[in-house]
Design a protein around this ligand. Structure first.
Ligand code: FMN
Length: 340
């Protein structure tokens, strides 16, 4: 019941977090695995074919086990009027960048095809964010030998993931960079977010599953802290953003090296995510509706143009609260820096 989540998978209690948007490359996953941690591929925003290609490439680079992460489709149903109002609000940004805003549509991120791909060609670990798959889907993956991890941000989500048959829980504290992993109906509203240490303790009161702690973990001492708090391993994202193996955009890399602060925002995607505070966030965070992935599609051309133009003020610059401690080092050294 309380077996270490990485038993048989990694020598060190360190997981290189899945980071969608091109950050988690096969090279990063392989380097983390070769260094004795557990690497991850991010399935989010990839097609099923692209993900299959990433898996093949990772296998060619390493014999170490690795995980694959998928976004569970949500059920946001924003009012068309709220989407129109937000589009109007950010239209001057689009005009300035010389782009047309994207269509604010729903989609399921190619969920079924990616899931079926993982059944047909299993990997050692499959982790989920933004929700919990059904008990049937979790059982199907486990029958094929994959361990199933579900990311949770509250004790209620932990209870639901435990009941659905997860092997382990990734507990994501509010310090974490990137999107909040909360389930569609279960996550706390912005401002009610739970920090990692209380979350580990709270989840421990409702579930005996092995825990992987995520959020603000940048050094070995923090890994030791979450382990003594009750987690078996740590999942770090921001700590790897400056590694040469990561696919982090150059504008994002440069922003991480400057002083600044992080905040949660829905401005870029319609779902709360933690990133470096920039002009777009400052101007629009208060107005963005709950509308994922609608707002993600709406702002995509704007973010892409900002990336090309080298403008950090209109891109999403996801980062956790510990970003000032991120170092430009090979992933293997970062795994070592994180190992207690
Ligand atoms: C750039 C970036 C992209 C991320 N993408 C994903 C993702 O695709 N799937 C996921 O489960 N978590 C994602 N996360 C969250 C991480 O899994 C993890 O919870 C977080 O990085 C931990 O906090 P830290 O960044 O302070 O280490 C992302 C985080 C960052 C910084």
């Amino acid at each position: 019941m309380t077996a270490a989540p990485l038993e048989g998978l990694a020598r060190r209690p360190v997981v290189a977090a899945p980071m969608a948007g091109g950050v988690s490359t096969p090279e990063l996953a392989a380097a983390a695995g070769d260094a004795g941690g557990l690497g991850f591929l991010a399935g989010g925003y990839r097609t099923a074919a692209e993900l299959a290609g990433d898996i093949a490439k990772t296998r060619a680079l390493t014999s170490a086990p690795f995980g694959v992460n998928l976004f569970v489709p949500g059920d946001d149903r924003p009012e068309p009027e709220a989407l129109r109002a937000y589009a109007e609000r950010i239209s001057s940004d689009a005009d300035l960048a010389g782009v047309t805003l994207g269509e604010p549509r729903a989609d399921d991120d190619d969920w079924a095809a990616k899931f079926d791909g993982l059944l047909a060609d299993p990997v050692p670990v499959v982790s989920f964010t933004f929700g919990c798959p059904t008990a049937e889907r979790i059982a199907a993956l486990r029958e094929r030998g994959s361990r199933v991890w579900v990311t949770v941000t509250t004790p209620d989500e932990a209870l639901a993931a435990d009941a659905a048959g997860a092997d382990a829980l990734v507990v994501q504290g509010s310090e974490a960079g990137g999107h909040r992993a909360g389930f569609p109906a279960g996550g706390p509203e912005e401002g009610g977010e739970i920090g990692l240490l209380p979350l580990i303790a709270l989840v421990r009161t409702v579930s005996g599953l092995p825990l992987v702690a995520a959020g603000g973990i940048m050094r070995d001492a923090a890994v030791a802290a979450v382990r003594s708090a009750g987690a078996g391993a740590a999942q770090a994202g921001t700590a790897f953003l400056l590694a040469p193996e990561a696919g982090t955009h150059p504008v994002h890399r440069a922003a991480l090296r400057r002083p600044g602060r992080t905040a949660l925002t829905r401005a870029f995607t319609g779902k709360p995510a933690r990133g470096l505070v920039n002009e777009f966030m400052r101007r629009h965070s208060a107005y963005a509706p709950i509308a994922y992935p609608h707002i993600h599609h709406m702002t995509r051309p704007l973010r892409a143009a900002a990336g090309k133009a080298g403008d950090p003020d209109a891109m999403s610059l996801w980062a956790g609260q510990g970003f000032r401690l991120a170092e430009e080092r090979p992933a293997a050294e970062i795994v070592e820096r994180l190992s207690p």
